[in-house]
Design a protein around this ligand. Structure first.
Ligand code: MLT
Length: 408
């Protein structure tokens, strides 16, 4: 009889955002007359920038003629997009990243989830708590953890606590304790950012301990403080120890359009059991070419359009719009006397309500018809917190805040 991958049975029964969506759907079915405002999952609401739309149409137009039609593209992405990413996201900020070190994909969620495949089953993990659940769940699926140890934690993971006491930026693990380190800044879910000094300490740790950092920079477009690094490669020496994930989802409203990229420097290496070094770039290239056939041509054209002068202006205005919402949310929470972090260089506001987070979720859904994300869904250290997303229209955010103020 065919058997299942039993590691899947260690997982919580459903993915956090699927669970929330189910609860919201049940509420809506029971109360069809009460419109719900969603500040839960970070899904964008505003249209794509005009430069992207124009490029999307032009790309589709090329597919309409035999002379310009394209079938399979390069699995790693078209050169025009990889070169634009290398030039504008990296060279312009002093980072030494070549176009051939950029892998274009259909989303950071997939890349963050799939990357663990190229590391040994015995790799020791360091994962922040609270955390974007994909990092944990995909390692559970791969058998890199023990069973659920209770309280939302798995055996075999070194959890990096992010708490009010450390400003939600975790301390380094003990020397030699971990091999694979997940970091995300601006952070999902807390919205906290890491300073250059804090990132430099992580890079130094990884170099000294021959560990690899998986750096999720999906929210870098929201950084407004020029002193905060937008890429881990702004830290000298990071090329030897870090992989970076970038996304067009939040940067340019591509959550439904799908485009992202992963950067793996060619000099980044890890060893096999015999101690022989292997290029992680080569391994990922092998995986990517085997399992992925590239992002569609018009979508890559649309993504490249964010690097034109008009595209840059429009994507910045889009991020500024959501940051305007974030400022309103943060101010409203502070007015209620609730400590919070995020919202200034990030679209997420992490609010310390001091209450059971699922209870706060239920109360806001039932009494205010506002969906937030309960902090405990991101890990044990998320308890007593909620995450409020700034991705919605200004009008909806203002209405939601009036209702939340009455309900909390
Ligand atoms: C979130 O709400 O955490 C994100 O939208 C999830 C994602 O990007 O997959």
């Amino acid at each position: 009889m065919i058997r299942i991958n039993e590691h899947y049975t260690k997982l919580k029964s459903s993915y956090l955002f699927a669970d929330i969506a189910r609860r919201v759907a049940a509420y809506q079915q029971a109360h069809p007359d009460k419109p719900v405002i969603r500040l839960g999952i970070g899904d964008v609401t505003e249209p794509l920038p005009p430069a992207c739309i124009e490029a999307l149409h032009a790309g589709a137009g090329e597919l309409a003629r035999r002379e310009t039609f394209r079938g399979y593209g390069p699995e790693q992405g078209y050169a025009f997009l990889r070169e634009a990413i290398a030039a504008h996201d990296y060279a312009a900020r002093g980072c030494d990243i070549g176009a051939d070190e950029v892998f274009v994909s259909d989303g950071s969620k997939c890349d963050c989830g799939n990357i663990q495949e190229i590391f040994s089953a015995g790799a020791r993990l360091a994962i922040p708590d609270p955390v974007y659940p994909v990092y944990v769940d995909t390692n559970v699926m791969a058998g890199r953890t023990g069973p659920d140890a209770g309280g939302g934690r798995y055996e075999g993971i070194t959890y990096l606590d992010c708490t009010p006491a450390n400003g939600y930026v975790p301390a380094l693990p003990a020397p030699g304790a971990v091999d694979l380190i997940y970091l995300c800044f601006p952070n999902n879910p807390t919205g906290a950012v890491a300073t250059r000094g804090q990132l430099a300490a992580w890079v130094a740790y990884a170099r000294e301990n021959r560990a690899v950092i998986l750096y999720d920079a999906a929210y870098e477009a929201f950084i407004r403080d020029e002193k905060i690094p937008r890429s881990i490669y702004e830290i000298p020496g990071a090329r030897d120890v870090a992989i970076e994930f970038r996304s067009f989802s939040k940067t340019a409203g591509f959550t439904g359009t799908r485009c992202a990229c992963t950067v793996i420097p060619k000099n980044l290496a890890a060893t096999d059991a015999s101690g022989r070094e292997h290029s992680l770039h080569a391994l990922w290239n092998r995986r990517h070419t085997t399992k992925f056939n590239g992002v569609s041509y018009p979508v890559q054209r649309a993504a490249a359009a964010i690097y034109t002068d008009a595209g840059k202006r429009q994507t910045r205005a889009l991020a500024d719009y959501y940051l305007g919402n974030a400022a309103l949310i943060r101010a409203a929470m502070q007015k209620l006397g609730l400590p919070c972090v995020g919202g200034d260089n990030s679209p997420y506001i992490w609010v310390n309500t001091g209450r059971d987070s699922w209870e706060a979720f239920d109360r806001l859904l039932n009494d205010a018809q506002v969906v937030v994300t309960p902090g405990a869904g991101f890990g044990r250290c998320g308890e007593n917190h909620i995450r409020i997303s700034a991705f919605n229209s200004r009008e909806n955010v203002e209405t939601a805040l009036e209702r939340v103020a009455k309900a909390l």
